[in-house]
Design a protein around this ligand. Structure first.
Ligand code: NAD
Ligand code: UGA
Length: 429
């Protein structure tokens, strides 16, 4: 099938490449000309494991192309995906102006029947607004359907997730649109769940919020562990063996970050309130997440007393491993707080360094993880990259002025660390 994707970011680029790999003829459109040029020259604007190879393979097979205008997207795709950003506004509501702008542009270039798919994460009832907007700005009598098809991929494993979906949610109103979406996802037909548009939109917000709730729950339990002397990793393991609970998303740490959970929980609270429901439970999830960062900073202060002029090495800047994305990264907030308190921060991240430089001033970026440690009074671990887990402890000790580690991701064993002579604190243990 011919598929167009509008917005070639983390979701759009992965989706376009995956559709191409499934045998469809995909056109990815972005109004960021620099990004499109990079892609056309074979360079990746983001780091995502396996994506570069997938894009190269499908470009060579001529199943994946790039363009800059929505006109081209509308001419090409029978199915047109909206994958633009829906970033948070200060009020907590998502900024839907990109979705609105794209919908108007789609209307302008709607000359034959098209299925317009909202893949961007949006509040319930947005589909109705997209439909109204397209109807209003398109020529009278234009034929189209609006479908909701939320995305569930995780950054860092997006390609693998796309080829192994737990479910593909399709919110559609007409049989024609449902059939086209099922044909598009033919390879995963047994994973397709067809529902109405509003339920589809809600599945996305409810899923992300539930996962965030799981994280805040285990972080709250971690606090009880610290107060009582229990070990949260053992508690989580014991809980997770119950199949009704499951082991995933029970890792205590610095709280959830990234471009989605914080934004989507905020947006779900916001739309609930607008609809007349106070989602107090989720407001508590947000609060616990916020406090978790403060608790981490307090541990650093307890180890160093005054932070002014103390040398602090920070390992990890990305919001999670295997991505270069630093949006809403707990690590960035920690670096900024330490900097503001007068500490001399040296940070390193294997992939997120360049993005971090554009949002974080007043700290030093190290060329590698070892350089960050030289003469450090304390090492703060903020992202659980594998290369940090496998680090040589003798080398860490030799480089640091004082072998003190505050680990926000529980990557090492506290007993072993103590044996090796480190002052080591982690989360909930
Ligand atoms: P992103 O910022 O990486 O990409 C969005 C892209 O849209 C940008 O490249 C931007 O230039 C482009 N764009 C904006 N306006 C445009 C226009 N008028 N015409 C053409 N292109 C335009 O965002 P993302 O992380 O890919 O997220 C996109 C949506 O998907 C969001 O709603 C997000 O919540 C949701 N989502 C993201 C993830 C994720 O892991 N990042 C996962 C699931 C869902
Ligand atoms: C998340 C969801 O997992 C995806 O299903 C969804 O599609 C995506 O949001 C989205 O809507 O954009 P992502 O943000 O890429 O994916 O990453 P996650 O692996 O979910 O991690 C999010 C945050 O939670 C990270 O900061 C991570 O460190 C933290 N986390 C995760 C924990 O603190 N503990 C855990 O047990 C799991």
């Amino acid at each position: 099938m011919k598929v167009s994707v509008i917005g070639t970011g983390y979701v759009g680029l992965v989706s376009g490449a995956v559709f191409a790999e499934l045998g469809h003829d995909a056109l990815c459109v972005d109004n960021d000309e620099r990004k499109v040029k990079m892609l056309e020259q074979g360079h990746m604007p983001i780091y995502e494991p396996g994506l570069e190879e997938l894009v190269a393979k499908n470009r060579a097979a001529k199943r994946l192309r790039f363009a800059t205008t929505i006109q081209e997207a509308m001419e090409h795709g029978d199915v047109v995906f909206i994958c633009v950003g829906t970033p948070p506004l200060p009020s907590g509501a998502p900024d839907l102006s990109y979705v609105d702008a794209v919908s108007r542009d789609i209307a302008k270039h709607l000359t034959k029947y098209r299925v317009i798919v909202e893949k961007s994460t949006v509040p319930v009832q947005t589909g109705e607004k997209v439909k109204l907007t397209i109807s209003k700005y398109a020529k009278a009598g234009s034929e189209f359907d609006v479908v909701s098809n939320p995305e569930f991929l995780r950054e860092g494993s997006a390609v693998a997730d796309a080829f192994n979906p737990d479910r593909i949610v399709i919110g559609a109103e007409t049989q024609r649109a449902k059939d086209m979406m099922l044909n598009l996802y033919d390879k995963f037909r047994d994973k397709c769940v067809v529902v109405d548009i509003k339920s589809s939109e809600l599945i996305k917000h409810a899923s992300n919020s539930f996962l965030a709730l799981k994280i805040s729950f285990i972080n709250a339990v971690a606090n009880i562990c610290e107060l009582s002397g229990a070990d949260v990793t053992q508690v989580a393991r014991g809980m997770g063996l119950d199949q009704r609970i499951g082991p995933q998303f029970l890792y205590a740490g610095l709280g959830y970050g990234g471009s989605c959970f914080p934004k989507d929980v905020d947006a779900f609270v916001d739309i609930s309130a607008k609809l007349g429901y106070d989602f107090h439970l989720l407001r508590e999830v947000q609060r616990i997440n916020h406090v978790q960062l403060e608790k981490f900073l307090k541990k650093i202060e307890q180890e160093l007393w005054m932070l002014r002029d103390k040398k602090i090495a920070v390992w990890g800047l990305a919001f999670k491993p295997n991505t270069d994305d630093v949006r809403e990264s707990p690590a960035i907030k920690i670096c900024a707080a330490l900097r503001d308190a007068g500490a001399k921060v040296r940070a390193f991240d294997p992939k997120g360094q360049e993005n971090a430089k554009s949002v974080l001033a007043g700290i030093e970026f190290s060329p590698d993880m070892w350089h960050a440690l030289e003469g450090a009074d304390l090492l703060a671990i903020c992202t659980e990259w594998d290369e940090f887990r496998k680090a040589d402890f003798a080398r860490i000790k030799k480089l640091m002025a004082h072998p003190t580690i505050v680990d926000g991701r529980n990557i090492w064993d506290p007993v072993e660390m103590k044996k090796m002579g480190f002052a080591y604190r982690s989360v909930g243990r």
